[in-house]
Every structure is written in structure tokens, then in C-alpha cells.
Design a protein around this ligand. Sequence first.
Ligand SMILES: [Zn+2]
Length: 63
Amino acid sequence: MLEKEHQEKEKGLSCPSCGSFSVQGGFVEIEAGRAYQRMSCTECDAKWRDVYELTDRITDDNL
Ligand SMILES: [Zn+2]
């Protein structure tokens, strides 16, 4: 395993398995106030999901 602290700091940018930045974002699943994005690493072929939570809402009058 690589250094845990480094992985935590780079969370969401690098592979949780090998630490590579060669990650690809895939299919996004959305549910109430939360979304999951399927991610994969092109270096070691690890797969995981990134979780996004709704934290704010901005109204856009131009829409
Ligand atoms: Zn990897």
C-alpha cells in the first residue's frame, strides 16, 4: 500500500489503489441529493465510485 495520508489529500483525483492520476470517470447515478460516479484506473484497473452530495443550490434566472 502507498502512503495513506497522501491518498486522503488527493481524494477524488487519484486512484485509491495505486495512487495514479490516470483515472477515468464513467457512468453517473443520481438519487435525491446525492450522486455516484463510477470511476476506474487505467493503470491498475481498480474500480470505485465517487460520491457527490448536494451542498448548496443556486438559482439561475437565465435558465
Ligand atoms: Zn490504480
